[in-house]
Design a protein around this ligand. Sequence first.
Ligand SMILES: *Cc1c(COP(=O)(O)O)cnc(C)c1O
Length: 389
Amino acid sequence: MTINSGADHGGFETLAIHAGQEPDPRTGAVVPPIYQVSTYKQDGVGGLRDGYEYSRSANPTRHALEECLAALEGGSRALAFASGLAAEDCLLRAVCAPGDHVVIPDDAYGGTFRLMARVFAEWGVSYRPVPISDVAAVRDALAERPARVLWAETPTNPLLSVADIGALADIAHQAGALLVVDNTFASPYLQQPLALGADAVVHSTTKYLGGHSDVVGGAVVVADQALGERLAFLQNATGAVAGPFDAWLTLRGVKTLAVRMDQHSRNAARVADMLTRHPAVLEVRYPGLPGHPGHEVAAKQMRDFGGMVSFRVRGGEEAAVAACGRTRLFTLGESLGGVESLVEHPARMTHASAAGSPLEVPDDLIRLSVGIETGEDLLEDLRQALAGL
Ligand SMILES: *Cc1c(COP(=O)(O)O)cnc(C)c1O
């Protein structure tokens, strides 16, 4: 399929705006049209135009997004899905069979944990949570029981631990495992796992890539062409594709990813700095803080430290829940990565499904998705929400 080929080289910002997004050949429309269509006229039986046959198999708007994401992650192939979890599910099915074993982070995204523990485990794919910021612990786990996949998330959700992607790629490959990196929190602008040795990158494009809290989507990007083919087969065979309008919204969001991530990172650094000096705050987790255990690794493998900040407050769960309810500009809600700031209580909200498991999170933890509003307004809102704790 050659339509929408667009730019295939250039700087990150250029690729974000042009890769896969050549002006429409018929009309010159500058932005890829929304091909809201299920089927395509054939010029005689089997005479497909540019390979388009049926929109589960391929759709030009989705294809434009897939080309753009492959370019942004430096992969050979990207596949766009209806959600991040659909992307994870497809990737795990592409590389695992019953009897295989997967090592996951002990503070993985709650939905990833649920997918492993409640879906894949029942189909005979076992898993083990390991603190993946600890390279020696991962090496031991892989030596103890060979794994098909080492699953990494960095920074992690919600504790913002940092894993050394290059080091994990080495030990995964020595142990015969594939390294998968969930790059949702960093986005390809801040971190490029494939260049650091990962075999596959997964995204919830719902978050920073889409960036406007108006679409749910996911993606897998791989370097290896054969794995890309296998994924494309399964994407079509199992069918959880991104719809044309969802793909278009995501593509629109991606164009401004670089400028948004710069502002998210700037605002988050200011928020983290203010919180470290606030009397109601016990601990701040932000990879940009020099005291963060993963700071040096993050500084080595990330362009900047991103927009997510988590912190623990004095007064336990009740105090944390109360503070979450007092913000005015930070909206209380799940999800992250949009232009607007969000606040949430992971133990009762996004990570409630991890209660009682090794992935349980502290109940005095508050997670912020720091948006791109005026920095001073965000600081003021947090100060008033924390006053009196
Ligand atoms: C949200 C999220 C997912 C799941 O993506 P959905 O689009 O909600 O299915 C996976 N990983 C991380 C790190 C996330 O934040």
